[in-house]
Ligand binder design. Sequence first.
Ligand code: TRP
Length: 379
Amino acid sequence: MKEKREKKEMKVTPWNVSGKIDYEKLIREFGVSKINEELLERIKKHTKELHFMLKRNVFFSHRDLNWILNEYEKGNKFFLYTGRAPSGKVHLGHMMPWVFTKWLQDKFNAELWFQFPDEEKFLFKQDLKFDDVQKSLKDNMLDVIAVGFNPKKTYFLVDTVHANLMYKEACKVAKKITFSMVKASFGLNENSNIGEIFYTSMQTVPAFLPSILKKKNIPCLIPYAIDQDPHFRLTRDILPKLGYYKPASIQCSFLPPLNGVSGKMSSSEQYSIFTTDSPKEVETKIKKYAFSGGRDSIEEHRKKGGNPDIDVSFQYLRMLFEPNDEKLKKIYEEYKSGTMLTSELKMILIEKINAFLKEHQRKRKLAEKQVGKFLNWDK
Ligand code: TRP
C-alpha cells in the first residue's frame, strides 16, 4: 500500500514521536556521540562478535561507552538498566532494544535492573486508571521475561511496589531539578499536571539504586530508544551532584510503523504488530499495510527494481529479523534489481516474524511461573 509521506515537523520527546525522523539532527540536538568503527572494534574485543544491530547502525549513538569499557577493563563491572512503562500490549518496536539488552547481559555477564514505572502512563494518559495499568504490568512482564534475561541476574523494579526504596532517592533528584529545566525537553507546559513534572526523578533512580544497595559506586549502562534521552541527560547532570557516576548510555533508532510514514511503532495504532498476534494477523497486517518500496506494476518493478531503503518489510528484516548479513545483502540486491517482487519480500518477512513470535509466545507462557524469580532480589 502506498501513501504520501508526511512532511510534518519532527518531534521527539519521551511521550510524543512524530514527523520524519532525522537522526543526524537528533545526534546534534541531544549531544550524543556517534558509534564509530574504532568503538565497534573495542566492543568486539570483549564480545568476540558484534551484534547485527551494532553493525547496521540500529544502535547508532552513545554517551561515555569508552569510559564504561575503561572501567570494565579495570575490573569495575557495570550493571545494565532499562525499562518499560506498562500500558497496553507490547509490540515489536519495544522488543528491539530488549533483544539487544539481553545480548549485552550475556556478553558482559552483567546484572540488569529493569524498571516498570507503573505510574508513568497513569500520569500521562487522560483516561487510564491504575487498575488498567496493573493488568498491563503483569502482561508486559511476561514479554520481558520471554526475551530470555537471566533470572539470577535480572531485577524487576516496580515503582509502586518498591516506592519505599525509591521515593526518598527520587526526592533527592527532584530537589535538583526546576520546572524550567524539564519544560522544553519533555514537551511540558503550565497546564501539565505536577505528577508529569515530577516523573523524571523516578526514572533516574534505578541508575544509582544498585550503588545505594551495595554501598559502593557501580557504573551503569542504559540502552534505550532515542526518545528517552531527555530523561537521561538530566540523570547525567544530577548524579555527580549526589556523589554517583554519570551513567553511560547507548541509543537505538525507532522501528517504523507498518505504514512507514513517520514516527515510531505505537501501541494505540493499527500499524503495529503485537507479540500476541496470531500468524494470520501478522500475515494480514503485513500484506495490507506494510509500506512498499516497490513499483506500481510488476513490469515496471522488473524493469526498474524496488527501493529497499524505504521499504518497511526490508527495514524490519534489517533492524530485527534477519541477523545473517549475507542473506540480508542478497535480499537487498534482488529487491533492488527487480528480481524479487514486493509480494515475495513480504512473504519472507511474514515467515520470519511468525517464527519469532511462535517461540516468543511459547516462552511467554512459561514466563507465567517465573515472575516471582525476577521480583525476588535475593539472588
Ligand atoms: N519511560 C519508558 C517507557 O515509556 C520506561 C522506562 C523506564 C525506560 N526506565 C527506563 C526506558 C530506562 C528505557 C530505559 O516505556
